[in-house]
Design a protein around this ligand. Structure first.
Ligand SMILES: [Zn+2]
Length: 362
């Protein structure tokens, strides 16, 4: 099985036009209307034609980043291996960028179930119910429904499918396998059909979902749910590598996440933003820094011209952290020109001891 096929329905997936198996699979998805395609210019992390190929951590690294505009001197990180890239000195090439079409994907999923002789109805959007006698099974397309429906459906044993697997893999219960929609379409629907048949032979279940809330504007749900009453002091963020942080909250397994998964990547290029670099830097410096320290750090210096430029990165990082953890309180102590930036959460340069993740008693 092609390991890279699973990500082809991820929003913004980049595919080289080299005619290889991944490009051919992408062409099938385009032909079937499951993705929309556009063209953009990229540089490769590990490109034998580039001056920095000898320094590649992994000579077969598949990482790519958007080519910078002419004249822009852009340093960035490889989203796959984390090494720093001087993108403006590397050779650029055209590649195809894919965006999934969820409406077509929903129709496709329903057809796959129906073709296997399983009578299916979609209710609500993104939840496909299959009935057999007094038993019911459900398939939830994670990308196509709201967070409350996703959570309740999974709690009640729905089979989980996602187009954007990286985004949802952390949301499925530990014993549940998240099926990649791209693999079901491109390789075989059998894993989905097998899971549905297994669900239909288990306990009779009726999947009951909460009615969608019509009026209240949906606040983006917190990615990392904290127990009630918990605050920033209960959150641990730790350095994993140049492209990944680990996140630990009470009562849950720690999660490793990239800038893209945390919504901290640059919108178009999907490379880590400066605020993500600041978060990594904070971890390496145990939650305490200022604009001068950041500029002179031995590891991955993060230069700021002045305090104002530094504060300009602190603000979006604060908003992102509040959104990710669903906390309204400030994740930082008040900063000032002579006051360092101090995290209210635990920021660590290495993985903390396993004991830290045990659910708190009582
Ligand atoms: Zn790389």
């Amino acid at each position: 099985m092609q390991p890279d096929l699973a990500y082809l329905l991820t929003p913004g997936a980049v595919v080289d036009r080299d005619g290889g198996p991944v490009a051919q699979a992408a062409a099938r998805l385009i032909a079937e209307g499951l993705v929309c395609a556009s063209t953009r210019s990229f540089v490769r992390c590990a490109n034998p034609d580039d001056f920095d190929f000898v320094d590649a951590l992994d000579p077969s690294c598949p990482g790519r980043v958007a080519a910078p505009e002419d004249g822009v001197d852009d340093w960035t990180w490889c989203p796959r291996c984390g090494r720093r890239l001087e993108a403006s000195r590397k050779s650029a090439f055209e590649a195809t960028v894919l965006e999934p079409n969820l409406v077509v994907l929903r129709v496709r999923l329903a057809n796959v179930l129906a073709a296997a002789g399983l009578p299916v109805r979609e209710q609500p959007e993104g939840v496909f119910r299959v009935e057999s006698g007094d038993r019911e099974a459900a398939v939830v397309l994670m990308d196509a429904c709201g967070s409350a429906v996703r959570r309740v459906a999974l709690e009640q044993g729905a089979v989980a499918v996602a187009a954007d697997c990286g985004r949802f893999s952390w949301q499925v219960p530990h014993c549940t396998k998240l099926l990649a929609a791209a693999e079901l379409v491109l390789v075989s629907p059998e894993p989905l059909l097998g899971a549905v048949r297994t669900a239909l032979t288990g306990q009779p279940t009726v999947i009951v979902l909460p009615a969608p809330q019509q009026s209240a504007p949906e606040r983006p749900p917190a990615r990392f749910l904290l127990p009630s009453g918990a605050g920033w002091g209960d959150v641990t963020v730790y350095y994993v590598d140049g492209a990944t942080v680990g996140i630990a909250v009470p009562g849950a397994r720690p999660v490793h996440a990239s800038a893209i998964e945390l919504g901290m990547a640059k919108e178009r290029a999907r490379t880590p933003s400066r605020r993500f670099a600041l978060l990594l830097h904070l971890c390496r410096h145990r939650g305490r820094t200022d604009w001068k320290t950041a500029g002179f750090a031995e590891d991955e210096p993060l230069a700021f011209d002045n305090f104002a430029a530094f504060r300009m990165q602190v603000s979006p990082l604060r908003r992102d952290l509040q959104r990710l953890f669903g906390l309204a309180a400030d994740p930082f102590a008040p900063i000032g020109r002579s006051k360092p930036l101090v995290a209210a959460f635990r920021a660590l340069p290495e993985t903390p001891g396993e004991a830290a993740y045990l659910p708190r008693a009582g």
